[in-house]
Design a protein around this ligand. Structure first.
Ligand SMILES: Nc1ncnc2c1ncn2[C@@H]1O[C@H](COP(=O)(O)OP(=O)(O)OP(=O)(O)O)[C@@H](O)[C@H]1O
Ligand SMILES: O=C(O)[C@H](O)[C@@H](O)[C@H](O)[C@H](O)CO
Length: 161
């Protein structure tokens, strides 16, 4: 059965890094949700302002469309913060049985540290607290400890999907 693997979690938790490796390992297409934000969202985040529900709505609907279209052909990996339950409902609308959630879990301090070392990224670590404040951990997900090395994370995920 074709599956959409949504790799979710707060900013800086490693979604892009891990998502690309899962896609490589399963030999399926990879999509980074950040590439689908409208320009206004990127400008807003670049100016240090967290997105609200309204800002995220159209973006989430577009990712849902992407997932539906991809499923017609293949499985795929889509990276998206997917912080709230209602966002995950939008992302999985009409394809619920084809969706698997992979949640990258880490502490505020560990992620802050990684974000502060990361260069050339529009998302400043000043917004990390708002990401944690917004996060509603999913009930059904493969939870991954981001303390592990990327290759160990992939092994864990492959074992559990
Ligand atoms: N398991 C890991 N171990 C060590 N460093 C990691 C790990 N995963 C990711 N990193 C590093 O942490 C930083 C954040 O990772 P990445 O950009 O993949 O996160 P992200 O969740 O996609 O971020 P954003 O949502 O802000 O785009 C990067 O510098 C990346 O190289
Ligand atoms: O829902 C959100 O607030 C956004 O998706 C952010 O999480 C960023 O796009 C991403 O993390 C880039 O750093």
């Amino acid at each position: 059965m074709n599956t959409v693997f949504y790799v979710m979690g707060v900013s800086g938790s490693g979604k892009s890094t891990v998502g690309k490796l899962i896609a490589e390992s399963l030999e399926i297409p990879f999509f980074d949700g950040d590439d689908f934000h409208p320009k206004e969202n990127i400008v807003k985040m670049s100016n240090g302002m967290p997105l609200n529900d309204e800002d995220r709505q159209g973006w989430l609907l577009n990712l849902n469309d992407l997932a539906i279209n991809q499923l017609k052909q293949n499985s795929c990996v889509i990276v998206c913060s997917a912080l709230k339950e209602k966002y995950r409902e939008l992302l999985s609308a009409t394809i619920e049985t084809h969706v698997k959630w992979i949640h990258l879990v880490g502490s505020y301090h560990q992620i802050l540290n990684r974000m502060n070392k990361r260069e050339n990224h529009f998302m400043s670590s000043n917004m990390l607290q708002s990401q944690f404040d917004t996060l509603e951990a999913p009930q059904y997900a493969i939870n991954v400890d981001i303390n592990l090395k990327p290759n160990e994370i992939i092994k864990h995920i492959i074992k559990h999907i």
